[in-house]
Design a protein around this ligand. Structure first.
Ligand code: ATP
Length: 434
């Protein structure tokens, strides 16, 4: 049987090998024909001198439509005409799946298709090496998160995604009919990861889906995203959480720069590794920057997309891509966040990457009475959260944590124009398929 080779390891002297791939291009020049066969790693040239190939095989191969899935077995020959330095002279071929024409989307065409067309035909879009490279890097980033979390003593957990109540109230919850009862898709693992802080599993993380019924149609919001959540107990202050996030992100960036060198090259990108610790601005400092830049915001307002961008530009000018914005007004933050005593602020922060939020986190309110007080203040009924509050009645240590949008992290890291570029099959207001 012929050796199985691909474009990454085929070499002169291999003898007879089989290559699996898609027909990227067929050029028939009369006396000789060429096929560019593309596999996961690159392309191999199939060279067919008409006189040296069985007529039936020649006809079969030259008649193939672009993007057909085939296996070609042949002799590897040295060649100074190809980038790999070799070409394959076919002896036999198996056609596994002939591609219909016209293609819904060109794989090598220079004309950039609309995003909708690309997403509607994602299977074809992903045949482009530069699109696949994003998902290979994403896979590495997730692997690195697992490694970094484990190294820092975090236990990997999975919390329910069908839940009875939301973490932050009802506005962005998707309802589910759960055998006649009202349930929801989890908008975050917040309540469960906090409950775990009272168990002895005092450093946990989860990488899982989060669902938000976001009606906004922006380039950074989708309705289903993957969140990397962490929670750690026995902290003294929110800075302990920031320090941990910095440590984990730094590990991911360094790992990607090293392991993802090939994919980064395909994308023409590089990973900049900022120094630790990442700088911390307060909400107040950011608000001043934004007001000075001319935005009509007042104390307590959300910085908003434009405000975040102004802060991002100011930080970029100083050479900082990643920075924390701390001490947000408590009013703008969910009930579980700890207030900063005697001030309208809270021990909560965002981590922004070049003017866009990629994570939020903070120190949580672990004191039962204060927590119930904050729930009532936010218009929530503590009775709806009984299962959660119970965990605070019997010895809850101080704790804090974060949620990082994996899709947003990849988008910003690779400087992609839209979060949908980092999601295989995105879900948004108008997209439910494929
Ligand atoms: P934003 O203000 O940008 O809408 P948020 O404050 O609602 O975000 P959090 O609830 O703090 O976000 O969620 C933590 C992280 O999860 C965010 O920093 C972001 O990376 C990610 N995230 C939140 N909502 C979405 C979404 N709709 N699509 C993609 N990622 C999201």
């Amino acid at each position: 049987m012929a050796l199985i080779r691909d474009s990454s390891n085929i070499k002169a002297g291999d003898g007879t090998v089989t290559i699996n791939g898609w027909v990227q291009d067929v050029r028939n020049l009369g006396g000789i024909s060429f096929i560019t066969l593309r596999d996961r790693y690159g392309t191999v040239q199939i060279t067919m001198p008409k006189k040296k190939i069985e007529p039936e095989l020649f006809e079969l191969l030259t008649g193939l439509s672009r993007e057909s899935a085939v296996s070609v077995t042949g002799e590897v020959k040295e060649s100074n005409q190809t980038a790999l330095g070799v070409e394959l002279i076919p002896l036999s071929a198996k056609i596994h799946g002939e591609a219909a024409s016209p293609l819904p989307l060109g794989v090598v065409d220079k004309v950039n298709a609309e995003m909708d067309t690309r997403l509607n035909n994602r299977f074809m879009d992903l045949r482009k090496p530069e699109i696949r490279a994003v998902f290979e890097l994403r896979s590495m980033a997730v692997d690195l998160i697992f490694e970094a979390a484990a190294e820092n003593g975090f236990v990997n957990v999975s919390t329910p995604k069908i839940v009875a109540s939301g973490a932050e109230g009802g506005s962005t919850l998707f309802g589910v009919d759960y055998f006649g009862r009202q349930a929801y898709l989890a908008q975050s693992p917040q309540l469960y990861k906090q409950m775990l802080m009272s168990t002895g599993l005092d450093r946990i993380f989860e990488i899982g889906p989060a669902f938000r019924a976001e009606h906004s149609n922006t380039n950074r919001h989708v309705t289903e995203f993957i969140s990397f959540d962490g929670e750690m107990a026995w902290i003294e202050k929110e800075e302990d959480v920031m320090e941990m996030i910095g440590r984990i992100i730094d590990r991911v960036l360094r790992g990607l720069a090293e392991k993802g060198a090939k994919q980064l090259e395909i994308l023409g990108k590089s990973i900049k590794i900022p120094e630790l610790p990442y700088p911390v601005l307060t909400y107040g400092e950011c608000l001043k920057l934004v007001i000075d830049a001319g935005l009509p915001l007042k104390e307590g307002d959300d910085l908003g997309t434009e405000g975040e961008k102004i802060v991002g530009d100011a930080m970029s000018a100083k050479g900082f891509d990643l920075y924390f914005i701390a001490e947000y007004p408590e009013e703008a933050k969910p009930f579980y966040i700890m207030e900063k005593p005697g001030t309208p602020y809270s021990y909560s922060f965002d981590l922004d990457f070049k003017g866009q939020e990629i994570s939020s986190g903070g120190q949580r309110e672990h004191r039962y009475d204060e927590l119930v007080g904050r729930m009532s203040k936010k218009g929530l009924n503590p009775d709806d959260f009984g299962f959660y509050l119970d965990a605070f009645k019997y010895g809850m240590p101080p704790h804090g944590g974060w949620g990082i949008g994996v899709d947003r992290l990849i988008t910003k890291l690779l400087d992609l124009p839209n979060v949908r570029e980092a999601i295989l099959f995105p879900r948004d207001v108008s997209r439910l398929s494929p």
